[in-house]
Design a binder for this molecule. Structure first.
Ligand code: PLP
Length: 399
């Protein structure tokens, strides 16, 4: 049996896969089993921010594999400590908890907010989350996720999550200042909603939300699993806004493609966790943290993020050009740094993604009619031109 047949026979049927088997990656390109080359605007769902074959990450992995892959958190290991230092020195955070995925980082963030509330702020256990959000598939993260399609079939979800409109302060104020306002211990949101369709929060909204949560000692959690670590052109998305959260979640690109998650928090909040409160066997293991330190050094090199901003602006201009040219087909384009969306009126984004595969480009779809572009952050302007030409060619067929 070939790979596709084996997959269909032995792997649970939870993914709608494209009809493509990938075998190799190099720079911003992927290759299928027949040697066909694809320009990558997906990055393994916003993970491969340095593309494929980054030398620093590869060297760090190879060197650490030979020394120590795993030992557990009963012991100290240097790569974990050094990565935590890098993350804290370069962000609002004072402390980190390492885990293995985005969903787990959200679980950790919610647990931290709840234990902080129980010990210090004396508030209730409820969490305000956003409609259209995505936080992962485990029960806590799924309950925080504000999209019914992910809940269906798994109810009842966890108690205590209230979903409000994104970018709408009033609906949060109403809950917090309402009769049962003391029930709420946290607000969780993605400063840039990824899976929701690349929806970008307003500056004034986040500022006012920060004030409101600080005044009431409610933990503000930013989920930067997708938008953090250079994706938006700043090291962290919150840096566009001049506000700092109490807790932030990271995952996807952090270890250069290896599985990792992290919960970052300020001292005030982090001190609520004590030994025994939270744990994971693999979290922050030496292999992934060594890879992550190398990844982090690459994206914090002088000029790296300036280049992301520069290419991001180029993508933004190109997308706006596309929208003017196909105003009858494209409803909206949204973009910040190198995460962008093309929203069609009625064309199914999946159809465009499949046609783009034929043309040699990989993209992802986030909603029925929204195509998302999350290329490696090392993508060049000529790569962007190639994609735009292919999209134009495809959309001409819909006119
Ligand atoms: C903002 C956000 N949070 C959490 C997650 C869940 O991450 P994971 O799939 O690693 O569990 C995702 C995944 O897409 C995400 O985009």
């Amino acid at each position: 049996m070939d790979t596709k047949e084996l997959t269909k026979k032995y792997i649970m049927n939870t993914y709608g896969r494209f009809d493509l088997t990938l075998v190799k990656g190099e720079d911003c390109f992927l290759y299928d089993e027949n040697g066909k080359k694809y320009l990558d605007f997906a990055s393994g769902i916003a993970v491969n921010n340095l593309g494929y074959g980054n030398k620093a990450v590869e060297d760090a992995v190879i060197s650490q594999v030979k020394k120590l892959i795993h030992t557990s958190n009963y012991f100290y290991t240097e790569p974990q400590a050094k990565l935590a230092e890098k993350l804290c020195v370069n962000s609002f955070a004072d402390k980190v908890f390492f885990c293995n995925s985005g969903a787990e980082s959200v679980e950790g963030a919610i647990k931290l907010a709840r234990i902080y509330a129980g010990k210090f702020s004396k508030r209730g256990y409820k969490v305000i989350a956003m409609q259209n959000s995505f936080h992962g598939r485990t029960f806590g993260a799924l309950s925080a996720t504000g999209q019914d399609k992910y809940h269906s079939g798994f109810e009842p979800l966890l108690n205590g999550f209230e979903h409000v409109k994104f970018n709408d302060l009033e609906s949060i104020e109403k809950l917090i200042k309402g009769e049962n306002g003391k029930d709420y211990c946290a607000v969780i949101l993605e400063p840039v909603q990824g899976e929701g369709g690349v929806n970008i929060s307003d500056k004034e909204y986040l500022k006012a939300l920060r004030n409101l949560t600080a005044q009431n000692d409610i933990s503000l959690i930013f989920d930067e699993v997708q938008a953090g670590l250079g994706r938006t052109g700043k090291l962290f998305a919150y840096m566009h806004y001049g506000v700092e959260p109490d807790i932030m979640t990271l995952a996807k690109p952090l270890a250069g493609g290896l599985p990792i998650g992290a919960v970052l928090a300020n001292e005030k909040t982090a001190k609520a966790f004590e030994p025994g409160n939270h744990a994971t066997t693999f979290g922050g293991g030496p292999l992934v943290t060594a890879a992550a330190a190398a990844f982090f050094d690459e994206i914090t090199k002088e000029g790296f993020l300036d280049e992301v901003v520069n290419t991001g602006e180029y993508v933004n201009e190109a997308l706006n050009g596309l929208k003017s040219k196909f105003s009858g087909l494209i409803k909206d384009v949204r973009s910040i740094g190198l995460i962008s969306a093309i929203e069609f009126y009625s064309i199914k984004s999946k159809d465009i993604a499949v046609k783009l595969i034929d043309e040699g480009f990989l993209t992802t779809t986030v909603q029925d009619t929204v195509l998302r572009l999350t290329p490696p952050l090392i993508i060049k302007k000529n790569h962007v031109d190639l994609l735009m030409d292919a999209i134009v060619k495809i959309l001409e067929g819909y006119k």
